[in-house]
Design a protein around this ligand. Sequence first.
Ligand code: FDA
Length: 319
Amino acid sequence: MIHLARSEQVKHLVQRPGRTPWLARRFVGGTDADAALTTAQRLRDDMDISSSLFYLGEYVDAPYLVEHNVEEMISAVRLLGARGLDVNMSADPTAIGYMAGQDLCRRNAERVAEAISAQPARARNCLMLDMEDLSLVAPTLALHQHLLKQGLPVAVTLQSRLRRTEDDLACLLGQPTAVRLVKGAFPLGPEHDLQGRPAITASYLALAKAMLSSQARHAGSYPVFATHDEVLARQLIDLARANGWSPAQYEFEMLYGVRPDWQQSLRTEGFSVRVYLPFGLDWWPYAARRVGENPRNLLLLGRALLGPKYEHVNRAAAS
Ligand code: FDA
């Protein structure tokens, strides 16, 4: 699936202008900021679910593409602020200039964070730094510290599959910042990375225990548990309750289009729920990765690759 996600030929075939196949509609909030805002507003109004917008376009090195990404993010930030929604943006360092130079990436991160800071204050307004492959972990953590020191609203993602994460988390727990914990989407060898789902899930739970400690609460840390693993989420809820955390003091975050029924039922139970809401024209690599995470989603490839003739395949997959 990674191969298909990175194929320029497939991307060219499916990302035709004026066409938004089922697969894109399932996992992507819209092809531009206006459409994404409409989706975010609908999630807020219908289900009281928050969003973190993410402009599609990672791993770019051409300066004009980097600038385009940053401008799209800033215009989405202003639109979110104008609509009175949470101004929460997720960003990959490789989308905002890391591949063209760390200084450019830092300056662009500052621009987005400053734009967020200029919006009407809401508790969860922030630039959430996504965590990419291992080569980006130390630079992303350094970027997070740099923005934090400047008093800008920033948060960072950690991956439970990485052996180094326990130490990285220990450095963050005394700081008033949100930390988003994910299992991790970039498998490596055993030297750097825990092997197998049980070990990665056990590590997630151990890290979450630290995130839900009283030390973290007193420091003003805000835990974000990004997972679709229901068994794990129940353990997190029990842990939070036992350690005296109220549901407003932490949140669950899931990908747009993945387990929407469960997102809604968690919210109905009173938990804070956010959806990671990608938008933009470059939807294929992102959507293909989501398909790879669950074999049921493979049916959705029908129309994306073969056209409307295969609409029935998508109806079956969506049901
Ligand atoms: P797991 O993979 O064990 O799945 C649990 C259950 O959810 C299973 O039943 C599974 O089938 C179902 N499920 C999972 N994905 C699905 C899908 N696409 N469609 C349907 N069902 C699905 N990674 C990273 O390395 N850096 C990052 O910055 C981020 N950022 C991020 C933000 C948010 C909000 C989320 C939810 C995830 C990420 N990730 C990420 C991805 C993360 O590392 C991980 O790969 C996926 O979330 C899958 O892991 P789960 O914890 O959901 O559990």
